[in-house]
Design a protein around this ligand. Structure first.
Ligand code: NAD
Length: 371
């Protein structure tokens, strides 16, 4: 089995490579040269990730005669704001960032979302390279071209579609991640299998331990690469989320509602998505045509994932209300992604509030009393 993988993501105006492998940070200077980067490199990161990986990247770049500027954003989702983006741009401009320069994001989804947004508007757009360092940012945030920041009224309300020129995923960086963040990324890979590819889903279930372990293995490379490939197929067909791309929100309608009612610090995004997938699967069986056999398989695999947070505080009324505030409410219709069967998802509107509350009850029943 290969210890690295290169995928090509095509989009309306071109294509870019996604490299997945071990020790790729060592080759970052060559990879930047391969996309024609020549001006200053503005590295956007946070203190934790910069401390771990920033030094070696800067050294490799300076040996190849690249000039770098490093701008750190404070750690946490609450700093993924327009104000932070403005501060980053002010610092880059003050430090001589040029139109010919390249933004290099180094971090999790908060950094890749904010850095990608900055790259899309600074000087009306500069080259962009993502180096995602969490599993979730590798399989989701850094692939597909959505960038953005939060607004006081909701998450990701301000942003742009802006494709990177290159994405470098060094699985070695995942070895320093927190276990709960790893579960969050695993959830997004599982989602891709549930909505698009049952053999991949089985692969992920068979290799859950390797995907959640601290060691970076070839299995993990394979799992990440396939998840990106599946996301690429969907995004290439519907870059700006007019239709097909919305199936990527499977588990996210309830997931976002659970996140917002429990509080963003209490539950990780992917943890909430696991519960949201459970609720959406339950609804697919109750109001849609998902067979009992597929529902049993899905519920068993989701319940095997070791989640740690106070699920008992899930409140069906509050969560149902929060789904109605979700951004997927269009023309007063709440869109839910449901499953015809494992591997095939579709959009469904008009699910009654009472069924949504019952879905939350089903989640509570499934998780209550579990360690
Ligand atoms: N653009 C998209 O399509 C898209 C898709 C999914 C999620 N997102 C966004 O991604 C964000 C969540 O991303 P996340 O889960 O990566 O969270 P995150 O960026 O907050 O990172 C989680 C934590 O891990 C730390 N960290 C990062 N890499 C590390 C490493 N290698 N070792 C040790 N610690 C490390 C970070 O400092 C942070 O404390 C959200 O803002 C979400 O909206 C965007």
């Amino acid at each position: 089995m290969s210890d690295s993988s290169t995928l090509t993501m095509t989009h309306k105006t071109g294509a870019y490579e996604i490299r997945v492998g071990q020790n790729l940070l060592d080759s970052v200077a060559g990879l930047l040269s391969s996309i024609g980067a020549s001006g200053p490199i503005g590295i956007i990161s946070n203190a934790t990730v910069n401390e771990l990986y920033g030094g070696s990247i800067r050294e490799a770049l300076s040996q190849a005669a690249f000039v770098t500027r490093t701008i750190l954003i404070p750690e946490g989702e609450e700093y993924k704001t327009l104000a932070s983006a403005e501060q980053v741009m002010s610092a880059l401009i003050a430090q001589g960032m040029e139109r010919s320069g390249t933004i290099l994001t180094l971090g999790g989804g908060v950094v890749t979302d904010l850095g990608g947004f900055v790259a899309s508007i600074l000087y009306r757009g500069v080259k962009l390279v993502h180096i995602p360092t969490t599993l979730l940012s590798m399989v989701d945030a850094a692939v597909g071209g959505k960038t953005g920041v939060n607004h006081s009224s909701g998450k990701n309300l301000i942003g742009s579609f802006y494709q990177p020129d290159l994405v470098v995923m060094d699985v070695k960086t995942l070895e320093t991640m927190q276990p709960r963040d790893r579960i969050s990324g695993y959830a997004e890979m599982l989602k891709m299998g549930v909505i698009r590819d049952t053999s991949y889903l089985e692969f992920l279930v068979d290799h859950m331990d390797e995907c959640l372990a601290a060691e970076s293995t070839d299995i993990l490379i394979q799992a990440i690469a396939r998840s990106c490939e599946l996301k690429a197929e969907v995004v290439e067909a519907d870059e700006k989320e007019a239709d097909l791309r919305r199936i990527l929100n499977f588990g996210h309608t309830l997931g976002h509602a659970i996140e917002s009612t429990l509080g963003y610090g209490v539950v990780r995004h992917g943890e909430a998505v696991i519960l949201g997938m459970y609720g959406a699967g339950w609804l697919s069986n109750q109001v849609g045509d998902l067979s009992l056999e597929d529902w049993d398989k899905l519920s068993a695999m989701l319940r095997r994932i070791p989640l740690e947070f106070p699920q008992k505080s899930l409140n069906p009324e509050a969560i149902e209300l929060a789904t109605r505030l979700d951004k997927k409410v269009a023309n007063s219709q709440l869109n839910f992604v449901l499953l015809h069967h494992l591997g095939e998802a579709y959009m469904q509107t008009g699910i009654p509030a009472v069924m949504i509350k019952l879905a939350v009850d089903a989640i509570r029943t499934a998780w209550e009393g579990r360690e």
